[in-house]
Design a protein around this ligand. Sequence first.
Ligand code: ZN
Length: 517
Amino acid sequence: MVCFACVEPLQCAEGATAPDLWTLANQQAKVHRFSTLLTAHDVRQSLSSPEGVQAAIDWCKQTGITKVYLEEYRDGYQAERATLEQAARAFRAAGFEVSGCVTTTRVGKPTTGWKDVACCYTDAATQEKVQAIFEYAASLFDEIMIDDFWFTDCACPECDAARRAKTVTVGDRTYPVNGDTWEDYRCELMTRVSQARVLGPAKRVNPKVRLIIKYPQWYDNFHNRGYEVVRETADFDRIWVGTETRDYLDKRWGGTPQYEGFFIMRWLGGIGGAKCGGGWYDWLGTTEHTYLEQARQTILGGARESMLFCFGGLHGSTGPKDVEALRVNLPELFAAANEVRHRTLVGVAAYKPPNSHPEKEARVFDFVGMLGVPLAPCHEFPTNAPAAFFSVHALKDADFVPKLERFARSGKPVLLTDGLARTLAHRMKLDLGNIQILPVKDDPKSLLRLDQKQCDEIRAALLKPFKVSCQAPAQVALYLFKDKSWALENFNDGSVDVQLNGKTVAVPGRGWVQHWK
Ligand SMILES: [Zn+2]
């Protein structure tokens, strides 16, 4: 990895200031935009004086950021109207796009679950408080992002009674719930509260306002906490995607492999289509290497914007080092975004139906991607895909078995998890030459221990329809595009040699190589 400005390694001192990132970022804004959020607390601490506003503007310009989200509410604190209005005027005058944001933490009645994070939205007073917050935000801005705490895991007596009664009550309306599980109740609750307490009231205050639902990074749990990605995506104006994978080995934040940023960006991008605005990652539990990996996965995932959470956070702990690395790599990231934008991703279809249950294969897609299997994430059965990977998630699809039988009979390569194969053993023929079984062993993390020989074997059959051959060590991800362009990203510390289509490609440690046709 080198600095484009001075062709020196990443740590160079001068690279961060040349070229002029503000000019470059404005030139590239139509293709890809970097943005940041000033939380309600950042607004109070950093934007309450003209000097503070100017310092924030300068920092954003130096970082190639051309859009800011100024937050109205977080953790029980509502930012002042005058401060928000003055800051918004100054940012706009300086050439920035400016939107609002709401974080629904400590809104009212606390949940019985994830303390200080979620709330009980069965509670009528909490619903009313939420409505008032969004009315306030809509009176200030024409676009409002909702940070990814717009869920509930409450199981209080009030929630439990409503769940058993299979009804959701919002204001004076009561809606039926299609089932009596917590998943059924919470998905219906959050959908209805979004419609009646967020979207409706905000648009009555400001008919121009567009609301963005930002989905968290923990995609296999969405349904359990009421993130209903199909109905909510249909209801909201735009969606956003959490790609904050952080450092796999970090004691507090670790355990998520880097490839997840790409997987979730593409999966939700498929559900959201034109509504999908961008990705969102942060500095927590990162090194400058993992921070850049988040940036690359977000761009390879097809994002049109990268939201860097958040202004205050990026000024503390590992933030400044992350920002320094990002600035150096910004020209390369913009260039990659330009290439990705005009191309169609191809690969081994990876089918996760919306609201599907992971059972013991949580986030298995992320780990399969780390084996160098180039995935094409999808939320509908990939009937026409050249090759496909299926896990227990697919069982959410009521017609999955006949669909899989047809797919397998066509002779296309299929990779099944051992868990799914166990479930299917008595329902269909699995001993076909084109079906491989992946040994997940109810422990997706264990896939990271597969060696190069095992990875090469899994890949070999799956890549045949793409006329691609690839021999690579574990933890080197491969991305394929329809016009034969490709990218390789090496998540190992040391450089590796990859044999791609018979040629040796040297991929630097914690770096990537792109080949655009
Ligand atoms: Zn409750």
